[in-house]
Design a binder for this molecule. Structure first.
Ligand code: NAD
Length: 311
């Protein structure tokens, strides 16, 4: 099939491109390279350097390539930037997504898979529970609002334009190629600092010196497999939680990175960061995902990749 991956030069998108190529699909990556990198895109795929806010340019790519399936990963991905610049967030994440959906509906795309966020959409998840697909989303940040808005638009496009879609609500994704210099991506940030012998900062969940916030870390291969399964029609559910279902504190994450690298890291305690969700944990849609990589295995692969890259 002809597959188009927006954000295909980014962390998750570039892995989706590779997985689709491995299955023999013809692949175009659409990315404005604002944070993605040309060298992330496998040479067998074509890269179209296009901003999703540019409706004409997006339509032109769809008209020329006529994709059968689309994975929409391109986004303004930072919660804190969305808080500072909500209009810019909405322009990229809502208007940009609408440009992609309009082009998809107009040019006969069979299915769009959308990278949504379980971490941000569900908000605070009470102790002893996991967010399920029945949990009522409570988007607080502009980033979460924009992702949730696109989920609603996707329903509208399905009912009124016949455009099939699958919504993937990702937990905290980690793995090779994640940007260690962004504002998110704690695994990449910690791994790079640990391998460089630099201290890391642990923000308290509630009080200084506690284990830090609780997150659900999901390995990128699991996210990519779910994307490809959804794109190729192997997932019937309209919404999928792409997660590990395992609650991990920041300190436990650091221990996993230390054990995989054989190095010790100096921890600097920090107060609770205003606005941080204390606990985020999802009930994974295991049937849709196929399998879930244990944290230790995913961290070992990630550390090995960062180590090899550093040489
Ligand atoms: P990333 O920053 O590596 O990838 C995003 C890509 O989108 C980049 O290559 C960037 O250049 C491109 N992009 C940004 N603005 C664009 C624009 N206006 N036009 C065209 N391309 C543009 O981030 P990622 O972690 O790979 O995230 C991929 C998707 O997954 C995003 O939609 C993100 O919101 C979602 N997501 C990620 C996580 C996570 O933990 N990484 C969690 C939940 C959801």
């Amino acid at each position: 099939m002809r597959a188009l991956v927006t954000g295909g030069a980014g962390f998750i998108g570039s892995h989706v491109v590779e997985a689709l190529l491995a299955q023999g699909h013809d692949v175009v990556a659409l990315d404005d390279l604002s944070s993605g990198k040309r060298e992330n895109v496998d040479r067998r795929a074509r890269l179209e350097v296009v901003d999703v806010r540019d409706a004409d340019a997006v339509t032109h790519v769809f008209a020329a390539f006529r994709p059968d399936i689309v994975s929409h990963q391109a986004a303004q991905v930072s919660v804190s930037i969305s808080t500072r610049e909500p209009v810019r967030d909405a322009e990229i994440n809502i208007i940009g997504s609408l440009n992609v959906l309009e082009a998809a509906a107009k040019h006969g795309v069979g299915r769009v898979v959308f990278a949504s966020t379980g971490g941000a959409i569900y908000g605070e998840v009470p102790d002893g529970t996991r967010a399920t697909l029945d949990t009522v989303p409570l988007p607080l940040s502009p980033y979460a609002c924009s992702k949730f808005a696109v989920e609603a638009y996707l329903r509208r496009y399905r009912h009124e334009r016949g455009l099939e879609s699958t919504i993937l609500r990702y937990a905290n994704v980690y793995g090779p190629r994640q940007d260690p210099h962004g504002e998110a991506g704690v695994v990449a940030i910690f791994t790079e600092r640990l391998l460089a012998g630099q201290p890391v900062q642990v923000n308290a969940r509630r009080t200084l010196g506690d284990g830090g916030c609780v997150r659900d870390y999901v390995y990128v291969d699991d996210v990519v497999r779910t994307n490809v399964r959804a794109m190729t029609g192997a997932i019937a559910a309209p919404i999928v939680n792409v997660a590990s279902g395992v609650a991990t504190t920041t300190r436990e994450l650091l221990e996993a990175i230390e054990s995989a690298s054989g190095a010790k890291v100096e921890i600097r305690e920090s107060e609770r960061r205003v606005g941080d969700v204390e606990r985020s944990l999802l009930e994974p849609s295991v049937d849709a995902m196929g399998s879930i990589t244990p944290l230790g295995d995913g961290i070992a692969k990630t550390v090995a990749w960062f180590r090899a890259r550093g040489r």
